[in-house]
Design a protein around this ligand. Structure first.
Ligand SMILES: C[S@@+](CC[C@H](N)C(=O)[O-])C[C@H]1O[C@@H](n2cnc3c(N)ncnc32)[C@H](O)[C@@H]1O
Ligand code: SF4
Ligand code: SF4
Length: 319
């Protein structure tokens, strides 16, 4: 199957410092580099549309610190994409957010906001900075702005289950949907893979099995089962991705995960023009010289599809 979605890190830079972060650029101290609005439109959005892609996740880094994010969202919507904006909401500019709401005024689009814990210290530890009160206030402003503008954009909270929030995850889920009044909360598992390839994926799965001590593993499994129960009672709570037995497998032995890897649905592009086949994969190509159509025919991408067919060590929602 050909990829139908793009995961685009519009910047690798960020105003938070999450120790868990899967975005490598800013952690590695990479220099600032962003594609211009025109480059994004002409080298990513248009060619991918011509290749039949229908949805785009605009992520990062932090997309709301980029000046042309709203304009790029607008270009994507005009080209017919369903747009998923993933933000930490530490920066909240009412004028920009009004624009974004008007651009994404349809139930097929979405704004996803990271909200990992209702406990101040836990959230700050996960996000690597003192961000809790700003994020809470901005979430409230976001919900009330949507109401005021009377737009349809769904608002989804996202929490990454990990040792730092395992004690508060159930209260956090309740807070996001019942107090903040987001439409949904998506709970994902923390993944800690380095660069995955055909030669190391089994070894990395084995290393991941020993990430936590037995007591923490049990706590994480028990919280996962509790969240899975919640999903049965409340459709606003969602496990990303797949079934809870796969979540348990990620803690106990990732190679037991049964969910097929779906990374071949998407291509992952960053603000340095790099293309990868999955969030944890190697850089396989570059948008600039040959373009995306050529990339999809390349040996590197074909080899990645072979990895994707046998590697099943993630439950990550983006894969
Ligand atoms: C890389 S962030 C970019 C968007 C924005 N800066 C944010 O944090 O929401 C996209 C998503 O990846 C999640 N994420 C970051 N590190 C992760 C990890 N190690 N495992 C699973 N999800 C992770 C974030 O919580 C967020 O939901
Ligand atoms: S806010 Fe998002 S991009 Fe920034 S460090 Fe955290 S997970 Fe990474
Ligand atoms: S399971 Fe898929 S998304 Fe995860 S590392 Fe393997 S190829 Fe990448």
């Amino acid at each position: 199957m050909k990829p139908f979605a793009i995961y685009f890190g519009i910047t690798q830079l960020c105003n938070m410092r999450c120790p868990m972060c899967i975005t490598r650029g800013h952690k590695a101290g990479a220099p600032k580099m962003e594609l211009t609005r025109r480059e994004i439109r002409n080298t990513i959005l248009k060619p991918c549309k011509d290749l039949g892609m229908v949805s785009i996740a605009i992520s990062g880094g932090e997309p709301l610190i980029v000046r042309h994010t709203a304009a790029t969202l607008s270009d994507a919507v005009k080209l017919g994409y369903s747009v998923y904006l993933a933000t930490n909401l530490l920066k909240f500019d009412t004028g920009m957010m009004k624009k974004i709401f008007r651009i994404l005024d349809d139930e097929k689009h979405c704004i996803q906001v990271s909200f990992d814990s209702i406990e101040t210290a836990q959230m700050n530890a996960i996000r690597g900075k003192d961000v809790f009160f700003d994020v809470v206030n901005h979430c409230m402003e976001l919900v009330s702005l949507r109401e005021k503008l009377n737009v349809k954009t769904p608002l989804v909270g996202s929490a990454i289950l990990q040792p730092n929030n395992v004690d508060s995850i159930i209260k956090t889920i309740d807070y996001v949907i019942n107090e903040l009044k987001f439409d949904k909360i998506l709970v994902q598992q923390r993944h800690d893979y380095p660069v995955i390839n055909i030669d190391n994926y089994k070894e990395q799965a084995a290393i991941s099995t020993n990430r936590y001590d037995t007591a923490m593993n049990e706590k994480l499994v028990s919280a996962s089962l509790e969240i899975a129960e919640l999903t049965k009672k409340d459709p606003r709570v969602e496990l990303a991705k797949g079934e809870v037995k796969d979540w348990v497998a990620l803690y106990n032995n990732p190679t037991d995960i049964k969910k097929r890897c779906e990374a071949d649905n998407m291509i992952f592009i960053d603000s340095y023009w790099n293309i990868r086949g999955c969030l944890f994969g190697e850089v396989l190509g570059n948008v600039k010289p040959g373009g995306i159509a050529e990339f999809l025919e390349s040996k590197k991408y074909t080899d990645f599809l072979k990895l994707c067919a046998v590697c099943n060590i993630c439950t990550h929602g983006c894969s």
